[in-house]
Design a protein around this ligand. Sequence first.
Ligand code: FAD
Length: 333
Amino acid sequence: MDLKDYKNVWVFIETARGEVRNVGLELLNQGRVLAGANNEKLVAVIIGKDLDAAAKTVTAYGADEVILVEGEEYKDYNTDGYTNAMVKLSEKYKPAAILFGGTIQGRDLAPRISCRLKTGCTADCTDLAVNAETGDIEWTRPAFGGSIMATIVCSQTRPQVGTVRPGVFKKAQPDDSKTASIIREEIRTPAEEIRTKLVDFIKSAEEAGVKLEEAEIVVSGGRGLGKPENFAIIKELADVLGGAVGASRAAVDAGWISPLRQVGQTGKTVGPKIYFACGISGAVQHLAGMSSSKIIVAINKDPEAPIFDVADFGVVGDLFEVIPVLIEEFKKI
Ligand code: FAD
């Protein structure tokens, strides 16, 4: 393998029924930095059906080139079809790096593709940079239970592959006047090679409403809530603010709320404009998922709780007294 044959930074653009998910747009913004460091192109790769609108979106968000693979067999995400398409594309174009979101799709696809291409995969990254001397990507991720941040390089093989947590990078401002070259690749995956079939699409109640990773306001509850029914007060505050509900792992492990709501090292990474931490102590593993929030508001009855070290606004008090007042006041706005 001659590493010099491999060029450009690819971002796998995740779509849900044709709609581009935010994580791909966030990765385009950071991909621009990585590609720029090596004078390479930033390429968005989209697999699906009827992708013209998605191609327009990624162009506005800064892709230099867009590669589209369209077909009935790619209408809904399936592991076999998408792997086949991505592997064939990579073998043809030889990208230097492929970035995936650390989502259910990305976590499924990235390791498979890296295995087929006989290269490495760094999962669940929280930062990406380029080594100024070698041009290799430096992938940073928590290791040893979050006690260290490890920087990993894939120096011997290409492409460099990895998944990045949603919410770690910000999207660029879209610019509709931007243009990109669009390449349409005809790659077929025979039906018999696709071993799974989507029977039905049911939106889970937990996923209804504002998406946690994409919310501008997140209201999270922790063990301080005491019991599952008390999440109602968190939901009420989130609803009044048009935000999403989050939770600490302690609340999730207690079975009070779905794991889909967990924020933190082993949960989701969020970067909202305002993050409310209610009855959450502020363990390092929780902070790993929310510390990039613009404004952090902590409500905790323990003035020594570590969450106050990162909070912009702190209320020392009983959340059952403080939150109802907030709800009433926000209702007036
Ligand atoms: P606690 O630490 O018990 O804090 C509860 C807080 O509520 C206290 O500060 C208390 O003063 C306050 N409180 C109690 N009653 C009230 C009241 N009435 N009003 C106001 N305040 C009140 N944790 C995560 O959150 N996300 C993760 O992704 C995650 N991943 C982990 C991964 C690993 C490998 C490990 C080892 C741990 C992980 N954890 C994670 C767990 C983490 O270490 C903490 O145990 C967890 O975050 C604690 O949750 P908590 O703050 O809700 O509970």
